[in-house]
Design a protein around this ligand. Sequence first.
Ligand code: PLP
Ligand code: COI
Length: 339
Amino acid sequence: MQNMDWGKLPFGYFKTDYNVRCYYRDGKWGEVEVSSSEYINIHMAATSLHYGQEAFEGMKAYRGKDGKIRLFRWQENAKRMRKSADGILMARVPDELFFEMVSKAVKLNERFVPPFGHGAALYIRPLLIGTGVQVGVSPAKEYMFMVFVGPVGPYFKEGFNPVSMQIISDFDRAAPLGTGHIKVGGNYAGSLFAMERAKAEGYASVIFLEAKEKKYIDEAGPANFFAIKDNTYITPKSNSILPSITNMSLMTLAEDLGLKVDRRQVAVEELDAFEEAGACGTAAIISPIGKITIRETGKVYEFAKDGKAGPVSTKLFKKLQGIQYGEEPDTHGWVTILD
Ligand code: PLP
Ligand code: COI
């Protein structure tokens, strides 16, 4: 790809050459198909359209200094997609099929994998939808699994610079025993109003609270929350947040760096004592949080007082990206090189 300003890529849709698709019919998955169409043909009574039988994943392919393309912990994405499928009664995508289609979609679009050194990557979006017809509320008998890709920069345009976020308590992202822990479209539909309002009020994202007691932090819109205090990496434990693969990795890397890890309920009042705060996810990578405002009271908590990310977040960011781009040894066996 010539004439691309890789360092300025937004996080968004980007047309590439191909996507791959596979159909589940009569109780089994068929052949993998390659398509150059950006459209899918779907029955008007498909369950994905009416009853939200839809789950997706978010992954990235990273091009290293050595030119090689790396996937990061794809097995965890395959596993999470299986949990999402189980959670809303869709057909499971076997790991081998998941990997075959992800690697095929990346390789067929290799020219769109950003070169090393711009903080950009090829975003991979696996999507599983109910295509079978139902008008009564019940699961479909037919499904489509597809994978499309596109080059992206960090989710928050500030990149690795502190953003402001807003804690709200007049909307919940997910119910305590609902679907917050799986990656289904309905969770995102439910978050749109609050997210757009926050953006209009000048914030990068909402931070949702745990819905039952409204005392504890759940997660940011598209990312998990973490904080640093007394050489400890603190992150919320809750049934209604998405188990982030980035967060899971940061917990391990924090331990490698000699920090303690504390995964537990995190009360809003604790924000006062945190030295650093951040949001983490595949799309967000680590987004340092400079300021958190409680919408209802106007109370403000500040973290990045000099306008920069804190030292621990910076170390974690470098370590994580170092592994993803192949600059650091892959001591945990997280990386798969596509050849
Ligand atoms: N939380 C939500 C709601 C998300 O959509 C995502 C993105 O997938 C994350 C957290 C981060 O998860 P991961 O690190 O696996 O990308
Ligand atoms: C990701 O981090 O990969 C996501 O899927 C987040 C968001 C774009 C929904």
